[in-house]
Design a protein around this ligand. Structure first.
Ligand SMILES: Cc1cc2nc3c(=O)[nH]c(=O)nc-3n(C[C@H](O)[C@H](O)[C@H](O)COP(=O)(O)O)c2cc1C
Ligand code: SF4
Ligand code: SF4
Length: 289
């Protein structure tokens, strides 16, 4: 069994989920590889799905839905009648299961895919609120367990799709339409402080090719997806979006946090008050903590 896992990830969380799934598939004897959706966003190439027996598509949740580059990719896929496809997404909260996946599923079913399984990875938020390192590390441990469970289900062909009720669908539609309209405009209004040393990382790494070098400071175009990558990865933290509060007080690097042995990996187990208490209940109910 050969599995191609296509992923759109702004700041790396969904990519980590894709890597964890890959590891779990391989541990079960299947052959899996991760492919970046952004390679196709930039080149407009059509992916060759014929070499895979099964496809996975993963995306970072934006406004309860998939970001526009993930939709562009899905719409560019060749007709694939009966091809098995599983979905996964990463969100900064479990609220509403990261929104409705109806539109994503419809887009793929129209191409003939048999969309049969769906997983939510609860990851640290990359906007608004900086999660403490110990929580980030625990979310990684939980993501690993989530990947193991999902990979087992996917390989056994279990059908498991999220329920998307009418209210969830309507709200997702409203939020995501507003977001898709707003992000391209907001992206043009990124501010770059004098701290910028013109290292070039932002314009090299932007997944939609939205940044150019400019004469003195990087210049942002009309193709932003507000993925937050340029903001998080800038070594000077010199980029600020128009809605300032969107940016975390300080960026995080999940892989570095996970590698840090001084940080515990089960912090949620002992949380009994405050914002993260709900996380404890959510994960305990699912046998993930
Ligand atoms: C523009 C934008 C909108 C977001 N909207 C949501 C949301 O509706 N619900 C949620 O739980 N997280 C939301 N998030 C947080 C991300 O989904 C979450 O941090 C995710 O793990 C980021 O994945 P990535 O690192 O692969 O980009 C949003 C993030 C961005 C940048
Ligand atoms: S990544 Fe930051 S420091 Fe580097 S060019 Fe972009 S804005 Fe300037
Ligand atoms: S400009 Fe920044 S936020 Fe917008 S798509 Fe590029 S890297 Fe992401």
């Amino acid at each position: 069994m050969k599995i191609g896992i296509y992923v759109f990830s702004g700041t790396g969380n969904t990519r980590i989920a894709a890597e964890l799934l890959t590891e779990s598939f391989r541990n079960s004897g299947a052959d899996a590889e991760v492919i970046s959706i952004e390679d196709f966003t930039k080149s407009k190439a059509i992916p060759d799905l014929s070499k895979y027996d099964m496809i996975g598509i993963g995306y970072a949740v934006h406004a309860f839905d998939a970001p526009w580059p993930a939709y562009d990719f899905m719409r560019s896929l060749p007709e694939s009648p009966g091809k098995q496809l599983f979905l996964f997404k990463s969100a900064g909260d479990f609220f509403w299961n990261g929104g409705s996946s109806s539109k994503v599923r419809r887009t793929l079913v129209k191409k003939g895919f048999d969309v049969f399984h769906e997983t939510l990875f609860v990851m640290p938020a990359n906007v608004l609120m900086r999660y403490p390192d110990a929580i980030i590390k625990n979310l990684y441990t939980i993501a690993k367990k989530t990947a193991e469970k999902s990979a087992g289900e996917i390989l056994s062909g279990r059908r498991a799709l999220a329920k998307n009720g009418m209210i969830k669908r309507i709200f997702t539609r409203l939020f995501s339409s507003a977001e898709s309209f707003g992000v391209k405009r907001m992206g043009r209004r990124m501010r770059v402080s004098a701290e910028c040393n013109r290292c070039g990382l932002c314009w090299r790494e932007c997944p939609t090719g939205n940044i150019t070098e400019g004469e003195t400071r990087p210049v942002f175009g009309k193709r932003c997806s507000l993925c937050m990558r340029c903001i998080h990865h800038c070594p000077k933290y010199a980029i600020t979006p128009w809605l300032k509060f969107f940016r975390l007080k300080e960026p995080y690097n999940m892989k570095k946090i996970v590698a840090d042995k001084t940080i515990p990996d089960d912090a949620l187990k002992s949380v009994d008050k405050g914002f993260y208490k709900r996380y404890r209940g959510y994960f305990e109910k699912r046998g993930l903590l």
